[in-house]
Design a binder for this molecule. Structure first.
Ligand SMILES: Cc1ncc(COP(=O)(O)O)c(C=O)c1O
Length: 482
C-alpha cells in the first residue's frame, strides 16, 4: 500500500468508526503531514482519494470536512453502452466553419469552461517549467538554430524515446519528429500518407480537429461505429476498408476524445493485425495516454506494430506544459516523409521550449507530477459524474472513462445540444455539443463536458444550471424537442 493510501485508509477508518463525525474539520494538510512524517503532496493525494470516495469535501479557503451524511456510494448516471451508427458512406466534409463558430464563442476566461478541450492550466508545474525555460533562453547556444532543427532537439527526442522504452516500446530517437503540439504532428502524418480525394477512416464521434484537417486537405471521411467504452468496432472497420478503400485511419485507441473510450489490449492488437493485412497506415492520436487512472499506462496500438505502419502522435500539452506547444510524431516507416513535410512548412519547433522540456524531464519529477495530476482528475471525474446524476434529467447517460478529462453525456432523446450550447453560453457556461464531433452532424442530443478544471461552487452551479436547461427541454418545450 502506498503512503497516501495508508493515510487515506486511516482517515476512512476514523470516519467509519465515528471517531470523526459528519461536519468535523480534518486537521490541516500541514498538521497531518508533520504528524505522520509525510509530505504535503502525500496528504493531498490521500484527501483527494477520500474526496473521490465521497467521504470528505473541500470548502474553499477553509479546509476539508467530513461529509454530512454517512456516505452510501453516491449515484452516478448509467453509462451509454451502444455503439454509434453512422451512415456507411464516404463523406466530403463541410464542418470547419461551424466548429470554429462554436469554439470561438466559448473562448473567454469569464465562461465556465465545460466545453474546453484543455485542462486547467493551474494543474501544471508552471514555476519549475518557467525556470527551465528561463535557463534555456539564457544559455541558448547560438548553434541551436542548426542543431535543434527538425527532427528536433536530440536530448528531448532521447527523453521521449526513454518514455517509450519504459512502456516496453522500442522507438529510435532518430525516428521521432518534434512538432508544434500533437496537432501539427497529426496533420503532418495525415499529409504524409494521403493525397487529396482519398478517404480516411475516423471514429464516430471523432475529435473535431481531425474532421477539420481532412476538410482542409480535400479528404473524405468514413465514420465507423464506435463503442463508448471499447472504441472502434473492428467488424465495421473491416467492412469499411473493403467497401471504401481508405488510404489511412486516424484513431484514438486510448481515452478517445470525445468518448473517453479505451480499446482493450486484445482489440488494439487485432486492430493492428487488420491494418497490416491491408497495409493501411494508422495515425494514432495518443495525447491522453499519460492520464490513466489505473495502475499502468495502457499501451498504444503502436506497441503491437511490427511493420512501421502506425504513426504515433503524442504531446506534452495535456499532461505537462500547455502553451509550450511541444508534441511529437513517431511515424514509423514514414519518419523521413513527416520530417520533410515539417521542414517545408514550419521548419522547426521553438529551440528554447524544446530545451526547457528536455531539462525538466532530465531533472526528474515528471512522474510525480503525473501521479498527482491523475489523482486529481480521477477525483474530479467522480465529483462531476455525481453532479450530473444530481442535476441532469432522468434518462441521461454519461461515460466513466478510465482516464483523461472528458465525460460524454447522452441526454434524453429530443434534447438538442446545439440549443443547449447557445443558451448555456448566454449564462456564461460553455459546452461542446455533439454535432461538432461528426462529419454527418450526428449526436444531436450529446455533450462533451470537461472535468479538468477546478471543482468548486461555480462549477457545481454551472452543472446545476445546465441540468435545469436540459430538463426544460424535456418537460416544458415539447414543441422544440426534435
Ligand atoms: C484529441 C486531441 N488530439 C490532439 C490535440 C492537440 O494537441 P496539442 O495541443 O498538443 O497540439 C488535442 C487538443 O485539444 C486533442 O484533444
Amino acid at each position: 500500500m502506498k503512503r497516501y493510501e495508508a493515510l487515506a485508509a486511516d482517515v476512512e477508518a476514523s470516519i467509519r468508526s465515528g471517531l470523526l463525525k459528519p461536519g468535523d474539520r480534518l486537521p490541516s494538510v500541514r498538521q497531518t503531514g508533520s504528524r505522520r512524517g509525510v509530505s504535503a503532496s502525500t496528504v493531498f493525494q490521500a484527501y483527494y482519494l477520500l474526496e473521490a470516495r465521497g467521504l470528505i469535501r473541500a470548502r474553499e479557503r477553509s479546509g476539508y470536512y467530513v461529509c454530512d451524511s454517512r456516505p452510501a456510494p453516491a449515484p452516478v448516471p448509467p453509462e451509454p453502452d451502444r455503439s454509434s451508427q453512422p451512415a456507411d458512406a464516404s463523406i466530403a466534409l463541410d464542418v470547419s466553419e461551424r466548429v470554429f463558430g462554436i469554439l470561438e464563442a466559448s473562448m473567454s476566461r469569464e465562461v465556465v469552461p465545460l466545453g474546453s478541450a484543455f485542462p486547467s492550466p493551474l494543474l501544471f508545474p508552471l514555476a519549475r517549467l518557467g525556470r527551465a525555460m528561463a535557463a534555456a533562453a539564457q544559455s541558448l547556444d547560438p548553434w541551436s538554430t542548426v542543431d535543434d532543427l527538425t527532427p528536433g532537439h536530440a536530448p528531448l527526442r532521447r527523453q521521449i524515446a526513454l518514455r517509450y522504452r519504459a512502456d516496453g516500446i522500442h522507438v529510435d530517437p532518430e525516428d521521432i519528429v518534434v512538432t508544434n503540439g500533437a496537432l501539427e504532428a497529426l496533420n503532418l502524418c495525415l499529409a504524409a500518407v494521403t493525397r487529396p480525394g482519398d478517404a480516411v477512416v475516423v471514429e464516430s464521434p471523432t475529435f473535431y480537429a481531425a474532421l477539420q484537417a481532412l476538410e482542409r486537405m480535400g479528404l473524405r471521411a468514413i465514420e465507423v461505429p464506435t463503442h463508448p467504452r471499447e472504441g472502434i468496432d473492428l467488424a465495421a472497420l473491416a467492412h469499411a476498408i473493403e467497401r471504401h478503400r481508405p488510404k489511412a485511419c486516424w484513431l484514438m485507441t486510448t481515452f478517445q476524445n470525445p468518448l473517453g473510450s479505451l480499446m482493450p489490449e486484445t482489440r488494439k492488437r487485432a486492430l493492428v493485425e487488420l491494418l497490416q493485412q491491408h497495409a493501411l497506415p494508422l495515425i494514432e492520436d495518443d495525447v491522453y495516454g499519460e492520464l490513466y487512472f489505473g495502475d499502468r499506462r495502457p499501451p498504444p496500438a503502436r506497441a503491437f506494430d511490427t511493420q512501421g505502419l502506425v504513426l504515433h502522435c503524442g504531446s506534452f500539452s495535456k499532461c505537462l506544459a500547455p502553451g509550450y506547444r511541444i508534441g511529437w510524431a513517431a511515424p514509423g516507416r514514414f519518419a523521413k516523409a513527416v520530417a520533410r513535410l515539417k521542414l517545408t512548412t514550419t521548419l522547426s519547433t521553438s529551440a528554447p521550449a524544446q530545451q526547457a522540456l528536455a531539462a525538466y524531464l532530465e531533472g526528474g519529477g515528471y512522474d510525480r507530477h503525473l501521479r498527482r495530476l491523475r489523482q486529481t482528475l480521477a477525483a474530479r471525474q467522480a465529483q462531476f459524474a455525481q453532479a450530473v446524476a444530481r442535476h441532469f434529467p432522468e434518462g441521461t447517460r454519461a461515460t466513466r472513462p478510465l482516464g483523461g478529462y472528458f465525460l460524454w453525456v447522452e441526454l434524453p432523446p429530443g434534447v438538442n445540444a446545439l440549443d443547449i450550447h447557445r443558451e448555456a453560453l448566454t449564462l456564461g457556461i460553455s459546452v461542446a455539443p455533439g454535432p461538432i464531433f461528426s462529419a454527418a452532424r450526428g449526436f444531436a442530443n450529446c455533450l462533451r463536458l470537461n472535468y479538468g478544471h477546478a471543482w468548486d461552487a461555480r462549477t457545481e452551479d454551472a452543472l446545476a444550471t445546465l441540468g435545469r436547461l436540459c430538463q426544460s427541454y424535456v418537460q416544458v418545450r415539447p414543441s422544440i424537442v426534435r
